[in-house]
Write a protein that binds this ligand. Structure first.
Ligand SMILES: Nc1ncnc2c1ncn2[C@@H]1O[C@H](COP(=O)(O)OP(=O)(O)OP(=O)(O)O)[C@@H](O)[C@H]1O
Length: 216
């Protein structure tokens, strides 16, 4: 099982005179099987840290250790491979493709990751059933509720079996009841799969359910 360890992460964003320091020498860790809440005021750099952890943004300095690999030190091709094969993302209200069914959302993601979508249909259906959407497999995303869309996004992030799950504000667009159920589901599935889960959030429901907290 794989841990995420961030050491001495420093990031500035913007160009020229507008270049702004966003993260200064940040250390953080996220254990496998544990939901870790990433909290801090708006603008403190939570989304930026998630982007660094997910090899979407290379830090100016510091290490991004996923297991024994420093993602920050890899070349672009190896970083892209780590993103495809080792990391699951659940960002921005799901980012689903409106015209595709729930199952097709997962198969499209598999295809983008270079996995044989045809052979993964059963796994996609199992992942959707695991998040409580066994009765919505062939519903189009634009006909699902906000909470159901978030659960599709969770199943999509998990079904290729990532070692690290990164989530940005999962409960921002759902009601309080759904927020509790979704958070409980994220924590339970991360634990069941032994995957490290890092969740940027302002929501006390998520913080209460988390097994660890990182404050920015
Ligand atoms: N491209 C950019 N150029 C310059 N500054 C940027 C850029 N992107 C983000 N920032 C700044 O970096 C800081 C951190 O932003 P980030 O989105 O990581 O914060 P956050 O903690 O996730 O905020 P929120 O809780 O509001 O989502 C902010 O002050 C933001 O204005």
């Amino acid at each position: 099982m794989t841990s995420l360890t961030l050491r001495g992460i420093t990031v500035s964003l913007g160009h020229g005179d507008a270049r702004t320091p966003v993260l200064r020498n940040v250390d953080a860790a996220c254990r496998p099987g544990v939901l870790t809440a990433l909290v801090g005021p708006s603008g403190s750099g939570k989304s930026t840290l998630l982007a660094v952890a997910g090899a979407l943004l290379r830090p100016d300095s510091g290490q991004v250790l996923l297991g024994g690999t420093d993602l920050a030190a890899l070349g672009d091709g190896e970083r892209a491979r780590a993103r495809r094969e080792r990391i699951g993302y659940m960002f921005q209200s799901g980012n689903l493709l409106g015209g595709l069914t729930a199952v097709e959302q997962l198969l499209a993601a598999a295809s983008v990751a270079g996995r044989p979508a045809g052979r993964l249909r059963a796994a996609a259906e199992a992942a959707l059933t695991e998040v409580g959407l066994g009765h919505r497999l062939r519903h189009r995303a634009d006909r699902l509720s906000g909470g159901e869309r978030q659960r599709v996004a969770l199943a999509r992030a998990l079904f290729l079996e990532p070692e690290l799950l990164l989530i940005d504000e999962p409960t921002a667009a759902v009601d309080r009841e759904q927020a509790g159920a979704l958070t409980e589901l994220i924590a339970r599935t991360a634990t069941a799969r032994g995957c490290a889960a890092l969740v940027a959030t302002h929501d006390p429901v998520v913080v209460d359910a988390a097994g660890a907290t990182i404050s920015m």
